[in-house]
Design a protein around this ligand. Sequence first.
Ligand SMILES: *Cc1c(COP(=O)(O)O)cnc(C)c1O
Length: 232
Amino acid sequence: MPDIAANLAAVNKRIAAACDRAGRAPDEVQLMAVGKKFTADIIAEAADAGLTLFGENRIQEARVKIPECPGHLRWHFIGHLQTNKCRDAVELFSMIHAVDSVHLAAELNKRCDAAAKVMPVLLEVNVSGEGTKHGFAPKAAVEAIGAFDDFPQLELHGLMTMAPFTRAPESTRPHFAKLAEVRTACEDALGAPLPELSMGMSSDFEIAIEEGATLIRLGTSLFGPRAAAGKD
Ligand SMILES: *Cc1c(COP(=O)(O)O)cnc(C)c1O
């Protein structure tokens, strides 16, 4: 069993220090625990330690696990969503972080309409331009904003990105700064604020906070390493 309470205390200190460096209040940054590949028992430990917001990146895993977890937890979907899984996503989650096409948004809107739900969503932006990553190119994200006029069941709350994996966290800074820049352009296109920037993982969350993250998504630094089998 990982000592989640101790890990959380250490993480909270690092969040507070990063906020301090950036002149931000710690309550401007929400901590999401990414418990993918960990069992409901471990999630319950994390809940006991005080965590309330959890992220999952696979619908199949979430469908089994979420009903086994404490009922007061909030769940966000952070993975690549396939259109044929939108119905489950709408049922299980209270925010979808990685809307990466207008086609997906249209399908989500349809499923939310059928379920009489309004879903907060973030647009995933591929700021690094890596071919292996999902997400809108920065310019395409700005252009996609107008399409959301047709999706009354979706509430745009902001943007999400994943920085390239690196052993040198400092090298992620320009990517996070870029997401903040794209956010401003999207706000201009929308004519309304987009408060959320979902960016920063275990290896780079302090840099993300310094660049304006409002939601950081931490797995390894809370739960320890995941089993190597399978893809994240
Ligand atoms: C797994 C995952 C995380 C957490 O990764 P860690 O490096 O373990 O903190 C964050 N965001 C997304 C989208 C993920 O899939």
